[in-house]
Design a protein. Structure first.
Length: 113
């Protein structure tokens, strides 16, 4: 049995997906995106530090935030979004840590538009 420190999961995140019916429109007639909650859970959140990006010669546009959660019973896919701290993140990569079905690592990029 693998024991994990539950205290490391100290940030609440919500994973959502687009509702398929985009029938709602705003005052200008444009479709309004509506989301359906897939999962609300506690997560460990780590961001890529600026020094790491500079040392690796990486563009700041490629900075990822890593969310690590307990492995969910609900399937999480790359077409979903992570909502955290008032921001939206696109899911770029999913990793079942050590293929153990204990933790799921979600690498995500902040939506800036």
């Amino acid at each position: 049995m693998i024991v994990k420190n539950a205290g490391k999961y100290n940030r609440k995140i919500t994973i959502v997906k687009d509702k398929k019916d985009l029938l709602d429109t705003d005052a200008s007639g444009f479709p309004v995106r509506d989301y359906e909650t897939v999962l609300t859970t506690w997560s460990e959140v780590k961001t890529t530090k600026g020094f790491t990006l500079i040392a690796n010669g990486t563009d700041f546009e490629k900075a990822f935030t890593r969310f690590t959660i307990r492995y969910p019973k609900t399937e999480i896919t790359r077409d979903m979004l992570v909502l955290f701290n008032g921001k939206k993140y696109t899911i770029e990569y999913l990793n079942n840590v050590d293929e153990a079905n204990v933790e799921l690592e979600i690498q995500a990029k902040e939506v800036t538009h």
